[in-house]
Design a protein around this ligand. Structure first.
Ligand SMILES: Nc1nc2c(ncn2[C@@H]2O[C@H](COP(=O)(O)OP(=O)(O)OP(=O)(O)O)[C@@H](O)[C@H]2O)c(=O)[nH]1
Ligand SMILES: [Mg+2]
Length: 696
């Protein structure tokens, strides 16, 4: 019996919850890096070893050391991966329950290091050696789920039984510095780290390259007695494109590979045959994904980044033809209604990086970004505005992000002069276009919980759904949106989203507000979660503090926003307030840090806790939404007056709140399970009017 490994299969394995990769000594990290690229999961390259221990589902794993004979196929597998490169999906045939081990005796044999790690002072080899003894363990790999492409948000959340889709703790896109940090931290503790399937990942960045065109052929018409007749060498086929397609069944950008390359075109053949066109590489993304494209102009620099492309293919003369300012819209095509349905069905199983045969190209309505002068900047790694910015708003919309190179001409295409021998010239194919792409998506939920930090949104989500959101008595506990599903007795369900807390000035990206606000745009309705006691709603003070001490706040470029957002979480280990040391907003907000009380004491010491009346909280929130996008306020909404138990005089507080807003108000205590049934009915009534009535 033989188990077949494809990169997609490996990706499935690594996405499956409970799947583990075990790290022990490695012989060569080169195969390792290739495997990792295929899986889309980046581990710290300094980790000394990787063990893949696949097992057949009905059999128990057999913990044992690999024998030399078992080690043999590993090399073959790695070589297959390397040789096939990114051109084709290699098929790796190994016996089941094979323990794959790459001993750590050879030096680091590639110049590639982790993306953005090139500045690190210690070499991978050094770090590798220093940590070689720290890792051990047993790998458990599960068979992938066949139906991995995911359903709509409702189904996804429902399938998970309200399981948290957030990635608060571990497992995220490989390109995030903070994620790498957490990987390292976890790995130091001997824990394998990998993304959890179903996590909501709202952005990804990757490099795309069209496939190289096939080479032309030198051939001649059938010869007789050594005589050369006319030229008959065909031209090479064009390289495959890299295409991004909006897919209704996708809800997250989870598991997107960091590099996508179209297949190379086939070489020309004798008898004037043109080479086959390379297969397209199609990346399915959720509907509503914003695609930003940067020209990969700094070829040398990007190769330093260690993505390994240069090892597999000559860089050639990839011509960047994106030069369009971001405010101009690129042309995107949508399929007709009928096509859309059939497309969705036909590609339900599609995954990131799926190859689509050249013949199928006609089935896609392909939109192309217009050709414009190349951008002049040397490095466009998300430090400058994107050259193209497109939002895929309709299911089935496709965008060609990198065109494949054209095939080289065969000798048949060269002019032959009368009386002269047939031409013996031919051309190589040209390289495909190459770009950096950043994807951003927004979650789709029925109800979004919007509130200041610490208002109790996550507590509420955990109380009314099966999701287990992280709760902390400090601001910015939640830094990524999280989904949960409310299940009703009659079978109804409602997808709710816990949006990270907004601070005053969020519309100007303070406290990474833009990244959070854009999720609210995709919520059908809103529940403003207010702290009825007002005591812990220190967000406004945080913003004020940041403004005073940094002049800038915690906002900033979204490309590094995630790292900052992590920074602005309190540092639990700090025992005193580090006021005023923040070079940026993150440092300032870290001033909250104070282990036991979650920073409350520190906040009080800094600001003096002036309870923020619920009506004022609501005003701040609505103002931020209005400044960000006035249309948001038109969405159906209600007010959740949380922390009823903490309020000294709830009647007065509620009366004041009712005087301040016409919105329905539902008093609850999420922590003490008070008023939650009523809240669920109220949420249903605004999200699905007519299905349930309620009174406030
Ligand atoms: N007494 C009381 N405390 C509550 C209630 N709801 C939440 N809390 C507490 O309030 C604190 C903040 O709760 P979270 O759910 O983390 O607040 P959040 O709005 O998600 O905060 P961010 O993620 O920072 O935006 C925690 O200490 C909770 O235990 C409640 O109904 N009563
Ligand atoms: Mg929270």
């Amino acid at each position: 019996m033989v188990t077949t490994f494809t990169p997609r299969f490996i990706a499935h394995l690594t996405k499956s919850p409970g799947t583990a990769l075990l790290l022990q000594g490695c012989q060569s990290l080169l195969p390792l890096t290739s495997l990792l690229r295929f899986t889309g999961v980046f581990f710290d390259y300094s980790e000394p070893c990787f063990v893949f221990q696949p097992r057949v589902s009905h059999q128990q794993p057999r913990p044992q050391s690999p024998t030399p004979s078992r080690l043999a196929p590993v090399t073959a597998i790695c070589q297959t991966v390397l040789l096939s490169g990114y051109q084709r999906q290699p098929l790796l045939d190994v016996p089941p329950r094979l323990l794959l081990k790459i001993p750590n005796t050879a030096p680091f044999s590639t110049s590639s290091s982790h993306r953005n790690d090139s500045s690190s002072s210690s070499t991978p080899t050094t770090r590798n050696a220093s940590r070689a003894s720290s890792c051990s363990g047993v790998a458990k790999l599960q068979q992938p789920s066949r139906n991995d492409s995911g359903d709509a948000a409702v189904a996804e959340a429902g399938k998970a039984g309200g399981r948290a889709l957030d990635g608060n703790d571990e497992g995220d896109l490989p390109t995030d510095a903070s994620c790498r940090h957490s990987h390292r931290a976890a790995a130091r503790k001997g824990k394998p780290v990998m993304p959890q399937r179903g996590q909501f990942v709202d952005w990804a960045q990757l490099r795309v390259r069209g496939g190289r065109g096939g080479a032309g052929r030198v051939a001649y018409e059938p010869v007789g007695r050594g005589r050369r007749l006319g030229a008959a060498g065909g031209s090479g086929g064009g390289g495959g494109d890299v295409i991004i397609r909006a897919n209704n069944s996708k809800t997250s950008l989870h598991g997107i590979l960091p590099v996508l390359v179209g297949s190379a075109g086939g070489a020309g053949g004798a008898g004037g045959r043109t080479g086959a066109r390379g297969a397209d590489r199609v990346l399915d993304v959720p509907v509503g994904t914003l695609v930003r494209i940067w020209q990969a102009s700094a070829a040398g620099k990007s190769s330093e980044a260690g993505d390994g492309l240069e090892d597999l293919e000559d860089r050639g003369d990839a011509v960047a033809d994106y030069g369009q300012p971001a405010d101009q819209e690129a042309e995107v095509f949508s399929p007709s209604k009928g096509e859309e349905e059939s497309e969705a069905d036909a590609h339900n199983d599609s995954d990131e990086g799926e190859h689509v045969a050249g013949d199928d190209r006609s089935r896609f309505a392909i939109g192309e970004c217009p050709s414009l002068p190349p951008h002049g900047a040397d490095s466009l790694r998300f430090t400058s505005p994107p050259t193209v910015e497109v939002e895929l708003t309709q299911p089935g919309q496709v965008l060609v992000v990198a065109r494949g190179g054209s095939g080289g001409r065969g000798n048949q295409a060269f002019p032959s002069l009368a009386g002269r021998p047939a031409p013996s010239d031919c051309e190589l194919g040209t390289a495909g276009q190459e770009f950096w792409v950043r994807l951003e998506t927004r979650l789709l939920a029925d109800v979004g919980f919007v509130g200041l930090p610490n208002a109790g949104k996550s507590t509420l989500l955990s109380a009314i759904t099966a999701a287990r959101a992280k709760v902390g008595s400090y601001a910015f506990t939640t830094i990524r949106p999280q989904l949960g599903t409310i299940l009703y007795g009659d079978g109804g369900r409602l997808v709710t989203a816990d949006i990270p807390g907004l601070v005053q000035g969020a519309h100007a990206n303070r406290g990474r507000g833009n990244a959070f606000l854009r999720h609210i745009e995709r919520c059908r309705c809103m529940a403003f979660v207010l702290d009825l006691s007002g005591g812990e709603s220190t967000a406004c003070q945080v913003a004020r503090f940041q403004q005073t001490h940094t002049g800038d706040g915690a906002g900033g470029d979204e490309a590094d926003g995630r790292g900052r957002a992590q920074d602005i979480r309190p540092r639990q280990t700090r025992s005193h307030v580090a006021a005023g040391d923040g070079g940026d907003g993150g440092g300032a907000a870290a001033a909250y840090g104070n282990g036991d009380d979650g920073g409350e004491t520190a906040a009080k010491a800094l600001f003096g806790v002036v309870p923020l009346p619920p009506a004022e909280q609501l005003r701040v929130l609505q103002e931020e939404l209005r400044m960000y996008n006035p249309e948001l306020l038109a969405a159906p909404a209600l007010v959740v007056a949380n922390k009823l138990d903490r309020c000294s005089d709830p009647r007065v507080a509620l009366r004041d709140l009712m005087a301040a807003t016409p919105l329905p108000i539902v008093p609850v205590s999420a922590a003490h399970d008070v008023g939650l049934t009523r809240l669920k009915d109220a949420l249903r009534a605004i999200a699905r009017p007519g299905t349930e009535g309620f009174n406030t």
